[in-house]
Design a protein around this ligand. Structure first.
Ligand SMILES: NC(=O)c1ccc[n+]([C@@H]2O[C@H](COP(=O)([O-])OP(=O)(O)OC[C@H]3O[C@@H](n4cnc5c(N)ncnc54)[C@H](OP(=O)(O)O)[C@@H]3O)[C@@H](O)[C@H]2O)c1
Length: 277
């Protein structure tokens, strides 16, 4: 049966042509009036009235907001860091003056300077990387707004059949190239199908605040990659082991205060099962 469209929301996905943006669009478009942006020229999007070309470095996001008048904005962009900060300042001004909520895809890297423990929603963020640093900058801008206006969705590494990570692993296996693994890294993980269900739930149930959307269990990077490779049906891969520290280092976002229901939790095994040949 075709789902009934809920006209309550007009959803705009910034970065809808990307790995996660595309998956989110597919999850939501049958339920909400959904629009998206793409950056790189692509014929399929040019023909689709729900897609708008947007380059964060050249265009003002206001123009798209003005046309679409979204009630939910999902930020799934990559691109120049300072241009992203400016675009999010404009989005903040839009959501402050309109009935609209922003869901921002953030990253476990906002904690990449803390290595000894997994991180929870209200832990202080601190990063040593450019990427983590700029995610924190945007998060802090959003966390000053009324809580019901924002969702900060912190993601660990995202896998899934269509993910660039799995495609890259497959390519390296086919070409017999070494696959980089981080033996000291302990992390949690997720996949695109779980993230999109979680986002759908957050919109549908009008949830807000900070969400840690990683698997319930923790995995060693090297072990998890070797399990992925055997799930894909390959044996004896070549590894390049990268040691960044002598001790174990955590990069894991676990929920404690803002948990989603059980059916929206994920285990690392679920990611492997989806990949099995
Ligand atoms: N994937 C993960 O494992 C992961 C983990 C943690 C957090 N995140 C966050 O999730 C978000 C989406 O990640 P993703 O992996 O789906 O990224 P992605 O596949 O690289 O997609 C990025 C999107 O941004 C668009 N974009 C790139 N440069 C742009 C520019 N200059 N102006 C406007 N749009 C531009 C791309 O458009 P075109 O493709 O049309 O050029 C695409 O739609 C990011 O904010 C990322 O930090 C992802």
């Amino acid at each position: 049966m075709k789902p009934q469209k809920d006209n309550k929301h007009r959803v705009l996905i910034l970065g809808a042509s990307g790995f996660l943006g595309q998956a989110i669009y597919k999850e939501l478009y049958a339920y909400y009036n959904t629009f998206g942006t793409y950056c790189t020229d692509k014929y399929v999007y040019e023909k689709n009235h729900h897609f708008f070309q947007y380059n964060i470095e050249e265009d003002d996001v206001f123009e798209i907001l003005d046309i679409i008048k979204p009630t939910i904005i999902i930020s799934a962009l990559r691109g120049n860091f300072s241009a992203q900060v400016i675009a999010h300042q404009h989005i903040v001004s839009y959501i402050t003056n309109n009935d609209c909520k922003l869901l921002f895809l953030s990253s476990a890297n906002v904690f990449d300077a803390y290595s000894q423990f997994p991180s929870y929603e209200f832990d202080k963020t601190l990063s040593h990387s450019m990427y983590g640093h700029f995610k924190i900058k945007i998060e802090n801008m959003l966390l000053r707004l009324p809580k019901n206006k924002i969702g900060v969705l912190r993601l660990p590494m995202v896998f899934g059949v269509q993910s660039p990570r799995i495609k890259e692993i497959k390519l390296h296996l086919r070409e017999k190239l070494p696959i980089e693994v981080f033996p000291n890294l302990i992390m949690n993980v997720t996949n695109d199908s779980k993230v999109t269900q979680q986002i759908h739930y957050i919109i549908n149930r009008n949830k807000s605040g900070i969400f840690h959307l990683g698997s319930q269990d923790l995995v060693h990077h090297e072990d998890f990659f070797s399990e992925i490779i055997s799930s894909l049906g390959y044996k004896n891969p070549l590894y390049k082991r990268v040691y960044t520290t002598n001790e174990d280092r955590y990069l894991a976002v676990l929920p404690k205060e803002n948990k989603l229901p059980k059916h929206l939790q994920i285990l690392s095994q679920d990611i492997l099962s989806e990949l099995e040949v």
